[in-house]
Design a protein around this ligand. Sequence first.
Ligand code: NAD
Ligand code: LMR
Length: 328
Amino acid sequence: MKSPVRVAVTGAAGQICYSLLFRIASGSMLGPDQPVELRLLEITPALKALEGVVMELDDCAFPLLAGVQIGDDANQVFDGVNLACLVGARPRTKGMERGDLLEANGAIFKPQGRALNDHAADDVRVLITGNPANTNALIAMSNAPDIPRERFNALTRLDHNRAVAQLAAKTGSSVNDVKHLSIWGNHSATQYPDVFHATVGGRPAPELVDQAWLESDFLPRVQQRGAAIIEARGASSAASAANATVDHMRDWVLGTAEDDWVSMSVPSDGSYGVPEGIISSFPCTVSGGAYSIVQGLDVNDFSRGKIDASTAELVEEREAVRSLGLID
Ligand code: NAD
Ligand code: LMR
């Protein structure tokens, strides 16, 4: 039997985690032969609810679940963790400006970055799901100077999965037939879902859909999908966000399929003219536990404008958190 991987999850009593924890414990994330130990972080008032979630985890009798610890102190909960899923975040509430939201999240992700820096295992990999995910990841990364920057990712896999599903539906295909879709930029309404390199059943997607559908249907539908779910459900996406978190971590640890790539928000190395340092979504492959940004793709004028708009938003967010003293 392998030794357990220690997985930290924050926001553990929240909606996403009510799905995510059970997927991790069942082996969906790390495979059917990999035991896991869960380290669950919550704010103090939510610990009682979290105790209830732990009772339910116990009641599943998951063969791979080697232990569960809960707490409200990141320094203790992150001790020795190999993987960290940072889900807990401060949602935007009525009357809150963008700056207020960034500041409130800075108060969460700055200390969590430090706690990971000081206490996590040397091989830690950190995935930020809590919104604004890309900039929260930047804050955590910037406050963890001893952890290599490439170990901090943000979640745009949900957007990727949404785009795959929409293109499959439009072309009357299975999601299994859709390859090489890319999400660029921010996990926000400016994100750019790019089909220009995608294929459906081996055929180039641009031959199967027209520009009018792309611009007036596909793009806004994927960009606004989170808002549409909030409108319909009265709460933000939870099971699909948990599923995407599982997909991202699984592929980061175990590798991507040979015939496809995935979308991951990673620290930009300047590829495709994306400003260095911001955490932006790119098409990526993973091998041996390390991701690589797919290189050499042609970016047409339409895509260029969309990528630039979304990365400009990320640069603005970076400047806003810098002026709040959350990053250097
Ligand atoms: P939720 O409000 O149900 O749960 C969030 C939990 O985080 C709460 O239990 C809260 O107590 C906890 N929390 C708050 N501050 C914390 C802290 N400092 N440490 C630990 N826990 C803390 O929200 P949810 O539906 O589970 O969503 C969580 C986040 O994920 C939100 O920011 C949401 O916008 C975001 N989200 C991201 C994506 C994506 O694709 N990146 C998709 C859906 C939702
Ligand atoms: C989503 O994409 O479903 C979420 O990020 C929406 C949100 O604002 O929580």
